[in-house]
Design a protein around this ligand. Structure first.
Ligand SMILES: Cc1ncc(COP(=O)(O)O)c(C=O)c1O
Length: 369
C-alpha cells in the first residue's frame, strides 16, 4: 500500500497476515477434490449455530440468497407485504421483490435503524413478515419489534448481514427473529474470498426447507419434490470461513476499540456519531458519522489520501427500480436526510491508532476552518 494513504478497506493486509496458514487450507481442499457439499459445510454450520445460539444454521451462497430462502421458507408469497427500512443495501428489498411480495418501507430512527412505532403503524391484513436490518453492526430495537411480532403474529426475518456477533441484552443477532440472515461477503467482518452467506433459525421447518431450497429441491440424490434453487456455499469458502471464525472475536474487539478512538477524538460539535448503549454489543461493520457538508468533507479527506465510503447515498424508495412502488421524495424524512449526511469512516481491524487520530483531527480541522 502507498505510504500515508489510508484505505477504506484493507483486504490485502488480511491476506498477507493469513496467507501461510490459509494457503495450506486452500491446498488441502483443492487436492481433496471435495468442492461442493463437502465436510467443511457442517463444521461451519455448527460453528455459526454456536455463535448465534440457534438450533440450526444453513450455509448458503450469499446474504441475498439467505433472505430469499428465509422468505420462501416462511411461506411468503406473491402479493404479501413485508415491512422493511429503505436505507439498507438494495438486496433487503430485492429479495422481497424476487418472490413477488411487496416491500413496505418505514422510516428509521436517528441511529439509522428501523423505527418500531412506524412498523406497528404500517401493519395491514396483508403484512406477512417484518424485516428489520441491523445496519452497521448495531442491533435494531428488537425487544420492541419482537413484542409487535408476537402481538400481531407476524414473523421476523432479521437482515443481520452486517452484524455477526452483535448483541442486544446478551441475545445475538439472528436469534431474535424466526430466522436471521447473514452475509459473508469479502467486506463483512466475517468474510469469505468471494460471495457467501448463511441463515440461522430455531425452527426445524425453516431449516429443512432451506436445506432443500439451496440444493435444487432435491430430497434425495434423484428425487425432487418441489423445484427450487441452487444456493450452496462452496466447501472452499466454508474452509476459509472456518479458519477466519477463529479470529472473529478479535476482529470485533479491534473494531470496537477503533470506534472508541474515534469517539474520543472526533468533535461532537461537528460530527454526530453512534453512541454505544450499555445493553448492546455493536460490532462496527461500518463506522458511520453524520455530518453537514458531507460531499465536500469526503473530497477534502480524499485529497489528504483518506478514503471513506457512503452506505448508502440513494435510499431504496428513490431508486429507479422502485418507481413502480410509487413512493416519492419526502416519504421517509429521516432516511432521506441521513442519506445526505452519512459518511462511513475507515474502521477495519488493520488501522493503526495514529491513523484513526489523524482522520479525526482532519475532520475536526475541516469544520474548524
Ligand atoms: C444489509 C445487507 N443486506 C443484505 C446484504 C446482501 O448480502 P450479499 O452481498 O452477501 O448478498 C448485504 C451485503 O452487502 C447487506 O449489507
Amino acid at each position: 500500500m502507498k505510504k500515508n494513504r489510508i484505505n477504506y478497506v484493507n483486504l490485502s493486509k488480511q491476506w498477507s497476515k493469513e496467507s501461510p496458514r490459509l494457503l495450506n487450507i486452500i491446498k488441502k481442499i483443492l487436492s481433496s477434490g471435495e468442492y461442493v457439499n463437502g465436510k467443511q459445510i457442517p463444521i461451519f454450520e455448527k460453528n455459526i449455530a454456536k455463535i448465534c445460539n440457534t438450533k440450526y444454521a444453513v450455509a448458503l451462497n450469499s446474504g441475498t440468497d439467505a433472505l430469499v430462502c428465509a422468505l420462501i421458507a416462511l411461506g411468503i408469497r406473491k402479493g404479501d407485504e413485508v415491512i422493511t427500512p429503505p436505507n439498507s443495501f438494495i438486496s433487503s428489498t430485492s429479495s422481497i421483490v424476487h418472490i413477488g411480495a411487496i416491500p413496505v418501507f418505514v422510516d428509521v430512527l436517528s441511529d439509522q435503524n428501523i423505527d418500531p412505532i412506524k412498523i406497528e403503524r404500517a401493519i395491514t391484513s396483508k403484512t406477512k413478515a417484518i424485516m428489520p436490518v441491523h445496519l452497521t453492526g448495531r442491533i435494531c430495537d428488537m425487544d420492541k419489534i419482537k413484542k409487535i411480532s408476537l402481538k400481531y403474529k407476524i414473523p421476523i426475518i432479521e437482515d443481520a448481514a452486517q452484524s455477526i456477533g452483535s448483541k442486544l441484552n446478551g441475545i445475538p443477532a439472528g436469534k431474535w427473529g424466526d430466522v436471521g440472515c447473514f452475509s459473508a461477503h469479502p467486506l463483512k467482518n466475517l468474510n469469505a474470498c468471494g460471495d457467501a452467506g448463511f441463515l440461522v433459525t430455531d425452527k426445524k421447518s425453516i431449516y429443512t426447507k432451506t436445506l432443500s431450497l439451496r440444493n435444487h429441491g432435491l430430497v434425495s440424490r434423484d428425487k425432487v419434490k418441489k423445484f427450487a434453487y441452487l444456493s450452496r456455499m462452496d466447501n472452499l469458502q466454508a474452509a476459509i470461513l472456518n479458519f477466519r471464525l477463529k479470529n472473529l472475536q478479535s476482529v470485533i474487539l479491534q473494531r470496537r476499540k477503533n470506534a472508541k478512538i474515534y469517539m474520543k477524538h472526533l468533535n461532537p460539535e461537528y460530527v454526530k456519531f453512534p453512541v454505544s448503549k450499555k445493553n448492546k454489543i455493536d460490532t462496527f461493520h461500518t463506522f458511520v458519522v453524520q455530518v453537514n457538508d458531507r460531499d465536500k468533507l469526503k473530497k477534502f479527506l480524499q485529497n489528504k489520501k483518506i478514503f471513506t465510503a457512503i452506505h448508502y447515498p440513494v435510499p431504496i424508495h428513490l431508486q429507479p427500480a422502485a418507481k413502480y412502488l410509487r413512493y416519492k421524495r419526502g416519504d421517509f424524512p429521516n432516511t432521506e436526510i441521513q442519506s445526505k449526511k452519512i459518511l462511513s469512516l475507515p474502521i477495519n481491524q488493520f488501522l493503526k491508532k495514529e491513523e484513526i487520530i489523524k482522520i479525526s483531527k482532519e475532520i475536526n480541522r475541516y469544520y474548524e476552518n
